[in-house]
Design a binder for this molecule. Structure first.
Ligand code: NAP
Length: 493
């Protein structure tokens, strides 16, 4: 069944950093797909801004190159491109300066009442100054909104400063902090699984769940972004935002309704309930790793310290494993094991909910081991949900048991193209729906949890543990979970 497409109202989207990596790889391709699905109104305009001296045609040519590269060739067609390119505008402007704003002001003032989305796809240190300039130039109208990307700060105080700066000029309900994981179909599906089915919800608590695992593995390295990555590392880059957001969606109470504040209130409660990992616990509850030379898919790759832009004395981790605990009535005593890393054997994001063993086993010992049920939610690739159940092996040989998965593959169930996370999120920005965006208190509470871990690591002053590229992290991460009598799930499908 084809989803119903509801066109958005006329808009002006101004992309500061319209020539950058994110704009070219994610934002413009996502908007192109929305064009293709006829969600863009004829009057919608997309305005790229950067300091680069480009004329309109040169910008359109750059955009075309990017879209041809990023969009599946089966989905590229000349007609869609024609209507898409007619929306594109470009202005050369140093957004930190006072001059050169007039062409943008003139264009926007043609439609002062339209939805205006200012997408700040620039380095985060520009978020505050650009917001200030937008205010000075009287460009912020009641129907304006601003979109910012991670990282929002590198610790609590820098996050507070950025939020404060943006918040001086935009109301909180005008600020859209993107975590593109929340735009993923499977992440939204997790909410559907929990709150549109009565089957699972009664079971998701300490009585029935043994533990939860959230793994976000990447096979890529740092891809020439050594300078950025080395000042960040896996905990700041992946856990503080994406993985904690996933944890919130697994652990939150049912919101009263599916709207921005109801959902975000519940996520915030989870973040507040996270037990802080003190300096004396980081050794037991966290593992930091760093890849060394190895091979991915048979191709040899260099180690992190050999990557361009990484200083020889770097202490930055490219892998982290953590044992988190949500201290509330529902989840007391249920560990949440989190891990993420670069240069792992494959790209895979998965949430596994491991249920407890049946309380009493009635089958004879030779029936094979009864394995506890497991619900695996695959976010990428091959998005889907698997419920592992015990069944009897067919045949007359007595009650022999085997665990088999009940498989819901989204690709098979829904034949249509799977939209990119950014498509949904960008349309939500234009509609003014902030449900899938992070609120200020969420971002800052997540930093409050992450900061003591960072401080504990600093005090230890130890290099991250090595793992060969192409492995699932250092052996210490396996030891961490095995100390609790559990194991990471790594089986492929
Ligand atoms: P990028 O490739 O370095 O692009 C930065 C853009 O900002 C360029 O278009 C640059 O153009 C423009 N810019 C810089 N200073 C400017 C100024 N004073 N006035 C006007 N434009 C200016 O960075 P990016 O990778 O696209 O990242 C953009 C944002 O997304 C950052 O906040 C980043 O942390 C975040 N992010 C990116 C990714 C990703 O995959 N790339 C993923 C997650 C988050 P000029 O130099 O020509 O001015």
């Amino acid at each position: 069944m084809k989803p119903k497409i509801i066109p958005v109202s006329p808009f002006d989207m101004v992309i500061f950093g319209g020539t950058g990596d994110l704009a070219m790889r994610k934002i413009l391709p996502a908007l192109y797909y929305r064009e293709k699905d006829h969600q863009m109104p004829d009057e919608g305009r997309i305005i790229g801004i950067s300091r680069a001296v480009l004329d309109h045609d040169a910008y359109v040519a750059q955009a075309l190159e990017a879209i041809e590269r990023e969009v599946n060739p089966d989905h590229f067609d000349a007609e869609t491109w024609q209507s898409f390119q007619s929306r594109l505008h470009f202005f050369t402007l140093d957004a930190l300066g006072d001059d050169g704003w007039q062409p943008l002001i003139d264009l926007l003032s043609e439609h002062p009442d339209r939805v205006r989305a200012f997408y700040l796809s620039t380095p985060p240190k520009l978020f505050g100054p650009i917001s200030h300039n937008l205010h000075k130039k009287n460009l912020i109208t009641p129907s304006s909104r601003v979109v910012v990307e991670k990282p929002i700060g590198h610790d609590l105080s820098s996050a507070q400063r950025i939020n404060e700066e943006i918040g001086s000029f935009f109301e909180e309900n005008q600020i859209f902090r993107i975590d593109h994981y929340l735009g993923k179909e499977t992440v939204q599906n997790l909410m559907a699984l929990r709150f549109a089915n009565s089957l699972f919800e009664p079971l998701l608590n300490h009585q029935w769940v043994d533990h939860v695992q959230i793994s976000v593995a990447e096979s890529i390295g740092i891809g020439g972004r050594g300078d950025y990555y080395d000042s960040s590392g896996a905990l700041r880059d992946m856990v503080q935002n994406h993985i904690l957001q996933l944890l919130c969606i697994v652990a939150m109470e049912p919101p009263v309704e599916f709207n921005a504040d109801a959902v975000r209130d519940e996520k915030l409660k989870v973040l507040r309930a996270l037990r802080h990992i003190g300096a004396n616990e980081v050794r037991e509850k966290t593992v930091r790793g760093r890849y060394t030379r190895g091979a991915i898919d048979g191709e040899s790759v260099v180690g992190y310290l050999e990557e361009k832009g990484v200083p020889a004395d770097s202490m930055t981790e490219t892998f982290v494993a953590l044992k988190a605990e949500v201290e509330n009535w529902r989840w007391a005593g249920v560990p949440f094991y989190l891990r993420t890393g670069k240069r792992m054997p494959e790209r895979r994001s998965e949430i596994v909910i491991q249920f407890r063993q049946p309380p009493h086993l009635i089958f004879p010992k030779n029936a094979n081991q009864v394995m506890a049920n497991r619900l695996a939610i695959r976010l990428q690739p091959r998005e889907g949900i698997r419920m592992y159940l015990m069944t009897k092996v067919p045949g007359p040989g007595g009650m022999r048991m085997r665990q088999v998965p009940l498989n819901l593959s989204f690709a098979e169930a829904f034949k249509d193209r799977f939209p990119l996370g950014y498509e949904r999120l960008l349309m939500d920005v234009l509609r003014g729906n902030a449900t899938l965006f992070m609120r200020r208190d969420e971002v800052e509470t997540a930093w409050r949890w992450v900061e003591p871990i960072l401080r504990g690591w600093e005090d230890m002053h130890e290099h991250p543990k090595s793992y060969n590229a192409g492995n699932w992290g250092p052996t210490a991460a396996i030891a961490m979970i095995e100390r609790d009598g559990r194991t990471w799930y790594e089986e492929g499908y």
